[in-house]
Structures are given as C-alpha cells and as structure tokens.
Design a binder for this molecule. Structure first.
Ligand code: ADP
Length: 405
C-alpha cells in the first residue's frame, strides 16, 4: 500500500478531491480524481482512476446531502472504502482567501482556523466551504497533517500601487484590497517556465488563466506584480457567468432602480453575467464557438477584446512584455480564441504561428517573433499536493535529526 496525499477543493455546490501516490524521490502521481457535485440539489459522487476508469457513480436526494460537511463525509467514506481503510499521510486544501498575511501554504492548527475565519466576509461564497472540511478533519483526526494552500498567496508581494483601491485607508486596513486569485495555477506555471519556455522565464510575462473563472497575472522573473482580479474573483476579465470589470455605479443602479437586494445582486453577478449573460446562449466557450448566432460571436469577440485591452494594462505595469502564456480550459483548448487574442497583440511583438496554434503546439508564435507565446497546461491539484508533501517533509526533518543524533 503506497503513501498517499489527499487534495481537497470544496466549493459552494461541490467537493472535488484528488489522491496522489507518493513515489520514489517524492514523485507524485495522481491515482484518482472525483467530486461530489450538486450539493443540496442533485447530489452525485463521481470518481475516476488514473486510467480514466469509473470508480464510483452514486446519487442521493437533495435532503440526504444538504451541505458541504455532509458531502465531504460521504466522499471520505468512499475514499476509506477504496483505500482499504488507510488514511492519507496528509491532506492539502485549496483555500481561496489567505487575507493580507498568509503568504505561503500553512499547516492547519486550531489557531490557523481561527485566523482564517475572519476572511469569510471577504469571500462569503468560497471561504466557509473551503474551511468546512478542514474543521471536520481537525476535530476527528487532530494529528493528521493538513495544509491550507491559498489562491491569494502568490500575489501578496504586489507593489502598493497594485494593491490599493483609491478609497479611504481604514478600508484598506480592514482588508478591502486588490488581492488577486488563481495563485496556485500561476505558481504552477511559473515552475514550468524554465523547462518549457526558458527564453522568457526571467522576463516580463503575462499568464492568462482562462477557465470558467478567468484572470491574468503579470509576472516579472516569475513573481507576480499585478493581476486583473481584485478584492473578489469578480473583477477583470469577463468569465463564464461573471461580468469582470464593472463600474461600481452599475451595482448602485441595480439597487436603486431595480430594487435588488445584496443577495440578489451577488447571485446575478456570479451566475447570470459574463459569456452567459452576453450571449444569452451559454457560458461554455465550446457552445459559443459552435454557434452561428450573432450574440455568440459577439460574446467571444468581447472576451478577446477584454483580454487584449487588459494585456495592455498589465504590459504597462511591467514596462513591456516578453512573453504570454495561455492556460486552463479555454486557454489550453480553444485555438480560435488564442489566435484572435494574438492577432490583437501583434503591436506588442507577438507573431502568431497559425499552424502551430491549430496543431496544439506548446509554442505558438513564429521563431522570429519578438515576443513569444506558449500554451502550458495548469495543474493546481499537483501544486497543492507538492506543497502538502513539502510541509510534511519539513516537519519531519527535526525528527530525523533527533533519530540520527
Ligand atoms: P474550472 O476548473 O474553473 O471549472 P476549466 O479550466 O476546466 O474551469 O475550464 C472550463 C471551461 O473551459 C469550459 O467552461 C469551457 O468554456 C472551456 N473549454 C473546455 N474545453 C474546451 C474546448 N475543447 N474548446 C473550447 N473551450 C473549452
């Protein structure tokens, strides 16, 4: 039986999990991935093994799995049964908000949980759900190592001008700042650059994480200096169902003229806008690319336009640009979107290699292109597993030394 690390990503309607086996020299290999989705509506547990085989496909009524802790309990029962009762050697959790001070993955303790709870109002849809499984495990298995890995940490060294809003300072002090998200994805890509794109590794690079959530990160020498996301994951690029950058006056309008409550506005901004709202057809880029409807075309045109204009903003923050990386579901798979973006970025020195792009190559600009563009698949789960294993190994170093002594 090999040692395993469990990676957990608990959201408002799903608990996603991955199991990594720890091999020789601490190489990590994914053994399984799954999720319990539809919590409180149509709960369904689904998991696949490393060869893609289905390991479980089970459904419940909404009342049986009403919340995240119950869903997590069911997922753990399945994992236990599947792992012959063995516990993982450690659990890594994706936690959306580390606030201003959590600048690195952190080993969970009662005190750490207490320090993370005040960030719930900063991310009410995500933070409580991220913390729920952490608390369950901490109560049931206090000696099992848990590591919280934050989406915000990678961005915590932004210069002050990128971190502030032009609002009175008390609000900044209480946490109203431009945090930036998708940090685990950006950190993973930063780690891949030396192998895949050595010529831009120490340069000025924009990484575009284009999935159902979308943002871009400006990296200089692989460190984040700015991001398109701010206080919440609503800002910046348009997304599947979120609008991206929006004049705060629109929110006032919705309250005053439409009589919408805070909860209604929240649901509207997270669920009904973006590509879905603009096209009136779908939030999925695959559907929009396949559609001949003018609204679908316009939604994609708008998406590309915003990527290009915000690239200008981030290039200005870096004082120029040497490279661009596409990642996540859309970035990795949607060649027509990548082509349209690069055509708009020609003025910054990106010369699209149309054939390489259509063929799904890793480098998609021509040899002589002054700036280089790459497609690099992201792997946030592996990043969390690595952080978790590192924390475990770092903890056990003194023990080993004691033994040797
Ligand atoms: P998340 O992890 O945030 O749920 P992903 O990174 O998996 O999101 O991205 C999901 C999105 O990627 C889908 O909503 C879809 O728009 C897009 N996508 C996935 N595959 C393709 C494809 N082959 N072509 C175009 N878009 C795709």
């Amino acid at each position: 039986m090999s040692e395993t690390i469990l990676v957990v990503n608990a959201g408002s309607s799903s608990v996603k999990f991955q199991v990594f086996a720890v091999g020789p020299y601490d190489q990590l290999e994914r053994r399984m991935r799954g999720q319990l989705e539809g919590i409180g509506t149509h709960p369904r547990l689904f998991a696949r093994g490393s060869a893609g085989e289905t390991l479980v496909d089970q459904r419940w009524s909404a009342q049986e799995i009403p919340d995240v802790p119950t869903a997590f309990g069911e997922a753990v029962s399945f994992l236990r049964a599947h792992g012959n009762g063995e516990l993982p050697i450690a659990i890594g959790h994706r936690v959306v908000h580390g606030g201003p001070d959590f600048t690195a993955p952190t080993i969970v303790s009662g005190e750490v949980i207490k320090k993370l709870e005040p960030f719930i109002p900063l991310a009410p849809l995500h933070q409580p759900n991220n913390l729920a499984p952490i608390k369950v495990i901490h109560e049931k298995h206090p000696h099992l190592l848990q590591v919280a890995c934050f989406d915000t940490s990678f961005h915590r060294k932004h210069p002050a001008v990128a971190d502030y809003y032009a609002i009175p300072d008390e609000l900044h002090t209480e946490g109203v700042r431009r945090y930036g998200f998708h940090g685990l994805s950006y950190e993973y890509i930063a780690g891949q650059l030396p192998d895949i794109a050595p010529e831009i590794t120490s340069g000025r690079v924009i990484v575009a994480h284009l999935g159902s959530g979308a943002s871009m990160c400006a990296m200089v020498d692989r460190k984040s200096i700015d991001s398109t996301m701010g206080f919440t994951a609503l800002d910046g690029l348009p997304m599947g169902t979120r609008p991206g950058q929006l004049d705060a006056g629109v929110v006032i309008y919705l309250m005053q003229q439409k009589g919408m409550s805070a909860d209604e506005i929240e649901r509207f901004l997270y669920k009904d806008c973006g590509l879905k709202g603009l096209s009136g057809i779908s939030n999925d880029v695959r559907d929009l690319l396949a559609s001949s409807e003018p609204r679908a075309k316009f939604a994609l045109e708008y998406f590309v336009y915003r990527i290009a204009t915000l690239t200008g903003m981030l290039a200005a923050a870096m004082g120029g640009i040497d490279g661009f990386v596409f990642t996540a579901g859309i970035g990795e798979n949607a060649a027509p979107i990548r082509a349209a973006v690069l055509q708009r970025l020609a003025w910054l020195g990106f010369d699209l290699d149309a054939e390489a792009n259509a063929a799904g190559a890793s480098r998609i600009t021509t040899k002589n292109s002054p700036a280089a563009c790459f497609v690099i698949p992201t792997n946030e789960g592996l990043m969390i597993a690595r952080h978790t294993l590192n924390a475990l190994r770092a903890q056990s170093i003194p023990l080993r030394e004691e033994k040797l002594a």
